[in-house]
Design a protein around this ligand. Structure first.
Ligand code: FAD
Length: 368
């Protein structure tokens, strides 16, 4: 059985960033992804900030399949049929390398996976990791998959499996998420001709805008709704804390339909055709809900470690940044032949020095 230095479970932004970084540090690296291809089932609003992403791929904004650079962020507070709006538009955001872009994850993750493969990472798709493999003394020595003869040995396993974190839970690193720790989100991709998008959002050709909708948009629940401009479609979605939804027996699909029927929103999406409907959970527990992120031979990154800053609409960048730190720490551990829990703790220590844990700590008492 071939032994890898690093096995990454999950080919989302966290896992791919971890794999690219481990490979750059000389590790023989494998990514195992359950989807038909990385990104096939992944969901995000989605706004991708330039700075954290360019730490992984410096000129990604020139190569990646991005939708539109965001030159304006608006907010709309809905009350009944009314809307109170405010926004911020910056010419600087319209200049390369841009502040942020809208993205569609099926395209973006697939591109990032190709970059990883070009750097020598092996990616196996359509394969579900079912558990970690243990030595009799409890040490982790790889993963088992749903395939026949599907055990794969690895020195370090990085769990980048997203919000459900089933393997992390089995490994005792994660507890069952409570309804106060996750938001239920649904999103539609609604096609519209690009000129119509630019007209309705007052944009120059190719430019993009975002609108965050609050108040009645989420029926007053903790959460957010959004409209983001893509090249020739709009991403329209809503996500609310599950505990709040349970209180009023709300249904995410009904909330989205209600939002689309609001006069402010209806005008923006008029004539559009729904091309895709997506649903996903978002970890929303903030700093206090972060589980243990390491144990002997194992690191947990991205959504699987609850690294989402809901206040700032950030998750994919925290995923990539945590993945990069984990990739480095994994390589250091393999090179020094020290896969102990103490060696893996360096991941958490280093993450504390980055914006990932600093920001989450700063907002630790805020409802996400
Ligand atoms: P994921 O992207 O979920 O990737 C996990 C991967 O692991 C998937 O490819 C999955 O198929 C694979 N996998 C899972 N289990 C297994 C297994 N057992 N075996 C093999 N493979 C497995 N973030 C932003 O930055 N900006 C936004 O605007 C934004 N908007 C959002 C809007 C919505 C509606 C949602 C749901 C999320 C949003 N986020 C946003 C958050 C962002 O999408 C996540 O934080 C980010 O995707 C986390 O990346 P990840 O790699 O940790 O997990």
């Amino acid at each position: 059985m071939e032994e890898f230095d690093v096995i990454v479970v999950g080919g989302g932004p966290a896992g791919l960033a971890a794999a690219i970084t481990a490979k750059r540090n000389g590790m023989n690296t494998l990514v195992i992804e359950r989807g038909e291809f990385p990104g096939a089932k992944n969901v995000m609003g989605g706004v991708l900030y330039t700075e954290p992403t360019s730490r992984l791929i410096p000129d990604f904004w020139q190569q990646a399949p991005l939708e539109r650079p965001v030159i304006e962020q608006r907010y709309a507070l809905l009350e009944g049929d009314n809307a109170f709006t405010a926004g911020y538009r910056s010419p600087a955001w319209a200049d390369p390398p841009y502040n942020a872009h809208t993205v569609l994850r099926a395209k973006f993750d697939r591109w990032l996976a190709k970059k990883a493969e070009e750097e020598g990472v092996l990616i196996i798709n359509e394969t579900v990791v079912e558990d970690l493999l243990y030595k009799p003394d409890g040490g982790v020595i790889g993963v088992s998959t749903g395939r026949a003869e599907g055990d794969v040995r690895g020195k370090v396993v990085i769990l980048a499996e997203g919000v459900n974190a089933l393997i992390a839970k089995k490994a005792g690193l994660h507890t069952q998420l409570g309804p106060e720790h996750v938001a239920v989100a649904v999103k539609e991709i609604i096609s519209l001709p690009r000129e119509k998008i630019e007209d309705r959002f007052c944009l120059e050709p190719g430019q993009g805008a975002t609108i965050e909708l609050l108040g009645d948009a989420t029926a007053g629940m903790v959460g957010t709704a959004f409209i983001y401009t893509n090249q020739d479609s709009l991403s329209v979605g809503i996500g609310c804390l599950m505990s709040e939804m349970l209180k009023i027996q709300a249904n995410a699909n009904d909330l989205l339909e209600r939002l689309k029927a609001h006069p402010f929103v209806r005008k923006l999406i008029e004539g559009g055709e729904t091309k895709e409907y997506l649903g996903h959970l978002i970890p929303e527990g903030g700093y206090k809900a972060i589980p243990k992120m390491y144990r002997q031979g194992v690191l947990v990154v991205g959504d699987a470690a609850m690294l989402v800053n809901g206040l700032h609409r950030e998750g994919s960048n925290l995923a990539m940044s945590s993945g990069m730190v984990a990739g480095e720490v994994a390589a250091g551990a393999v090179n020094s032949h020290d896969l102990s829990e103490q060696s893996m703790k360096l991941y958490q220590d280093r993450l504390k020095e980055t914006y990932v844990l600093k920001d989450l700590y700063k907002y630790r008492n805020t409802a996400h």
